[in-house]
Design a protein around this ligand. Structure first.
Ligand SMILES: Cc1cc2nc3c(=O)[nH]c(=O)nc-3n(C[C@H](O)[C@H](O)[C@H](O)COP(=O)(O)OP(=O)(O)OC[C@H]3O[C@@H](n4cnc5c(N)ncnc54)[C@H](O)[C@@H]3O)c2cc1C
Length: 393
């Protein structure tokens, strides 16, 4: 039996977070409320950067990091509560999400004392923006195939190659780049994890226009870009282990809390269904009820997955959770578009202004790809949870 209720202490924490977020997002930061999400990520960037700094000042960034590194050392449950309240208050898309969620925990776990001193404070203060340089044209699901190379030249690494799908690169100050540093070693063995400043001559950033008409991600070309030798996280040629550590952090508390955002979207869909009269359609009614039920199931599964994670155990529940939320979210967006009716097929305004539900429909096509595609999650579940034979390579 599992007790899925929150303790009195957790509920008190919920109120503290709710009060702070509500006060700020109805006052000084009202303009960014509900902005900067998928398909809207280019909007109000400066204002959202100011919001990030306000979060930093109030110590709402890195709440799960150990206190000795400037975090609050909060439990995973309280981190999830914070993300739930953030979504409920319609907090804006976070510009510091990659630094806080991916690079920071990686430095805490694998970084040197000097790297901790140099990189953690900027993330916690909300003043340093990071992006993730993993994927390449021929290295996505097969990440170990990375071809971007780094060669040592005196006190510096010189980096040459191409990354793709690099979210936030156009705004980032720094990128963590998975590079090949040893071409003679086996595929997984010759990689290193470098921290590279983005604003330099050897880096060319080209935004990719997405289905939503906006550009969250970019192609990034490295042509003799440089970074000091001590900007390697972990050992040289041991970057694969560090890169996998980062991916484990990617599936942490913020992913569990993001489901609260789905609740907001379901609410928008329900409101439109009632207003347009389409809630009277028996098939749509059934799908709306199913969407509500599906969200409850996701939530209880997320709470169930929390308990082993709190104990530091990685279970196949994490892969199941990714597969379940990505598929649910894509379906919710399809329902949203059906509730729009024929209007869903026409842009809201010229030349390509989209309704939030249209943006959601287009953006959720990505959910089943990034962070490990549905097919790849099914491979993991098949091999690691069900003990099925490994897929042929
Ligand atoms: C919105 C978005 C943001 C992203 N942001 C970043 C970022 O900031 N930084 C970054 O580095 N990357 C980022 N990515 C890239 C993302 O990690 C990759 O898209 C993902 O790993 C899949 O790789 P790929 O696109 O090369 O597809 P591929 O790996 O080429 O896969 C193509 C298809 O083949 C299937 N497939 C591949 N291998 C197998 C297999 N072994 N078994 C069964 N089926 C398989 C896949 O499921 C998929 O359907 C982002 C992607 C998206 C969509």
């Amino acid at each position: 039996m599992m007790d899925l209720r929150f303790s009195a202490e957790d509920e008190a924490f919920r109120h503290e977070a709710r009060d702070w977020l509500t006060e700020r997002l109805t006052g000084e930061f009202a303009a960014v409320r509900g902005r900067g999400g998928p398909g809207d990520e280019h909007e109000l960037f400066e204002e959202r950067a100011a919001w990030e700094r306000a979060l930093g000042e109030a110590r709402w960034i890195g709440i799960g990091w150990p206190e000795e590194y400037g975090g609050r050392g909060l439990s995973l449950t309280q981190q999830v509560i914070f993300y739930e309240e953030y979504a409920r208050a319609q907090g804006p898309g976070r510009v510091g999400i990659i630094g806080e969620g991916l690079l920071g925990p990686t430095i805490v776990h694998f970084g040197t004392d000097d790297q901790k001193r140099r990189f953690l404070p900027g993330i916690l203060a909300g003043t340093q923006i990071w992006c993730q340089g993993y994927s390449e044209p021929n290295a996505g699901s097969d990440l170990a195939n990375v071809q971007t190379r780094a060669e040592r030249d005196g006190d510096e690494w010189v980096i040459t190659g191409q990354k793709v799908w690099t979210s936030l690169a156009q705004w980032a100050d720094w990128c963590f780049v998975l590079c090949r540093t040893n071409r003679d070693a086996a595929k997984h063995k010759g990689l290193s994890y470098l921290l590279v400043p983005m604003r330099q001559d050897g880096i060319d950033i080209r935004p990719i226009v997405q289905l939503t008409g906006t550009s969250e991600f970019n192609e990034v070309f490295f042509d003799g870009a440089r970074t000091p030798v001590d900007n390697v996280v972990g050992e040289v040629d041991d970057g694969w282990r560090v890169a996998m550590g980062t991916l484990a952090f990617e599936r942490g508390a913020s992913t569990l809390g993001q489901q609260a955002e789905f609740e907001n979207e379901l609410h928008t869909i329900l409101e439109l269904a009632r207003k347009s009269g389409r809630a009277g359609d028996p098939v749509l009614r059934q799908r709306l009820a199913d969407a509500w039920i599906g969200l409850r199931i996701l939530r209880y599964n997320a709470l169930r997955a929390l308990q082993p994670l709190e104990r530091g155990e990685i279970t196949p529940l994490t892969s199941f959770a990714k597969l379940a939320w990505a598929t649910y979210h894509r379906g919710l967006a399809e329902l949203g578009l059906d509730v729009c009716g024929a209007d869903g097929a026409i842009a809201d305004a010229a030349p390509y202004e989209l309704h939030p539900l249209q943006r959601m429909f287009l953006y959720t096509r990505a959910d089943t790809i990034y962070g490990g595609s549905n097919e790849v999650q099914r491979n993991v579940i098949g091999e690691r949870a069900l003990g099925l034979p490994k897929e042929p390579r």
